[in-house]
Design a protein around this ligand. Structure first.
Ligand code: BJ8
Length: 431
């Protein structure tokens, strides 16, 4: 697909039925298409199988929404989430759709700032603003949203969001002791009950077993993609890698896994033939930190425009989402829910204390991705990642890993300054 004939498709009638602010949203749609064309479709030597993911962007506000509305018509639940701690397997077991609603765009932030404080995380403001401004068809489609008690900004925003859309909250503990696990399992059971209430039927152990396989397969496909990105020269750009990780939060999971595996087949051939998207000498960077929700491509674009290639995202829109799988061997509901909870407890978000397993994980991924430097990315006002950054930096100093830490938001204002810092960082790696 070329830049000229790419567009994010418009579905104004469907949007009107979803009670959206259609004229305003249509402008955002056009802008997204333009940005995507410039950032993505101008990349040289992209794998052919990226065509599917280009189409997923083209249909992001149309084709996928239609599919979700078809599911909704059958009485199955459409659940919006903001965090990888909410177990999507349970929604899939009920025949429903789980969709990530995190906001990655500056465009919706003014809507949020009419009510929320300005000095909170841009991801929270962006997400809230999409609902407040009626400018997100996903938000308009969900039956309810399920938040969590991870960071303070999110936890308190759910109380306000509940005025606009039914919002429930999963209590995620802050530590991982035995008593925290007991609480967690109870919270998972409450989530299951809420999903069952909407679809008016009980989830069976067989349903859950099947859903666990479906989501494990999705995570395995993403693991396979990550492993291939360790090749040198890199067979796929970091921007494309990040895009696929973002699409994982709204695509149909069985089809998504098939398409990622088809792409991986192509990448395997590239690796065998020594074909890359960029010169073998390009600095290889691992990005670690807060999630980058669609369409937040700011840092990857800066890094790759400056001649680097991003080879790994240690983030919730990245490996934190798919590094762990659920044991598929449990057959009764209680054991399945325990296995599921154990898997979710392995996620190493900085909202936990202590969280030293994340420091070990960053080093492990740095080595396995064959990166040559780590860029730590933290959204403004994200206290937990900003403070945990101290330990990541110390680890990098100890291991002699080139390191750059940035704290930013979604505005373009700091792009010039970030560009200068990123170029200096890449020079340091080039030596
Ligand atoms: S498991 S990282 S998805 S909480 S960046 S909103 S923490 S102030 S996103 Fe997250 Fe779940 Fe953790 Fe992952 Fe708050 Fe920080 Fe903003 Fe954040």
């Amino acid at each position: 697909m070329s830049t000229e004939n790419f567009e994010v498709k418009a579905y104004p009638e469907m949007w009107a039925e979803l009670d959206m602010d259609v004229p305003r949203f249509d402008k955002a749609r056009q802008m997204l298409g333009e940005v995507y064309g410039k950032m993505y479709l101008t990349q040289a030597n992209r794998p052919e199988k990226m065509a599917y993911f280009d189409n997923m962007v083209s249909e992001i506000f149309g084709g996928r929404i239609k599919e979700m509305l078809e599911v909704k018509k059958t009485g199955k639940p459409i659940v919006g989430t903001f965090c990888v701690y909410i177990p999507e397997e349970i929604v899939v077991a009920a025949g429903g759709v789980c969709v990530g609603l995190c906001g990655g765009s500056a465009g919706s932030i003014p809507d949020a700032e009419k009510i929320l404080p300005r000095n909170i995380c841009p991801m929270v403001k962006s997400a809230y603003g999409f609902k407040a401004g009626r400018i997100c068809p996903y938000f308009q489609t969900v039956d309810f949203v399920y938040g969590e008690t991870t960071c303070d900004a999110k936890k308190k925003t759910w109380e306000i969001l509940d005025r606009l859309v039914p919002t429930y909250v999963m209590e995620i503990p802050q530590m991982k002791k035995a008593r925290d696990r007991t609480l967690w399992i109870e919270e998972v059971k409450d989530f299951k009950a809420k999903v069952e209430e909407v679809c008016k039927s009980e989830i069976s152990a067989a349903d859950l077993a099947e859903a666990i396989k479906v989501i494990n397969n999705k995570r395995k496909a993403l693991q396979r993609l990550t492993a291939l990105r360790a090749a040198s020269p890199a067979p796929i750009s970091g921007k494309d890698g990040l895009l696929i990780e973002q699409i994982a939060f709204y695509d149909e999971p069985v089809r998504f896994a098939e398409k990622v595996n088809a792409l991986c087949d192509e990448l395997e051939q590239r690796v065998a033939a020594g074909i890359g998207v960029i010169d073998v000498e390009a600095p290889r960077i691992m990005v670690s930190g807060t999630p980058m929700a669609l369409p937040n491509w700011k840092v990857h674009n800066l890094l790759e425009t400056a001649g680097a290639v991003v080879v790994n995202e240690e983030s919730c829109i990245g490996t934190r989402y798919f590094k762990d799988l659920i044991d598929e061997n449990q057959t009764d509901m209680d054991r399945q829910l325990a296995a599921l909870t154990d898997r979710y407890m392995q996620i190493d978000c900085s909202c936990f204390t202590p969280n030293d397993e994340r420091i070990d994980q960053v080093l492990k991924e740095y080595r396995s991705s064959k990166a040559q430097g780590i860029l730590h990315y933290s959204l403004q006002f994200c206290h937990t990642y900003n403070i945990e950054e101290i330990k990541i930096r110390e680890m990098c100093e100890q291991e002699g890993i080139p390191y750059l830490s940035i704290e930013t938001d979604y505005s373009p204002e700091d792009v010039g300054q970030l560009q200068t810092r990123i170029e200096a960082f890449l020079e340091q790696i080039r030596g």
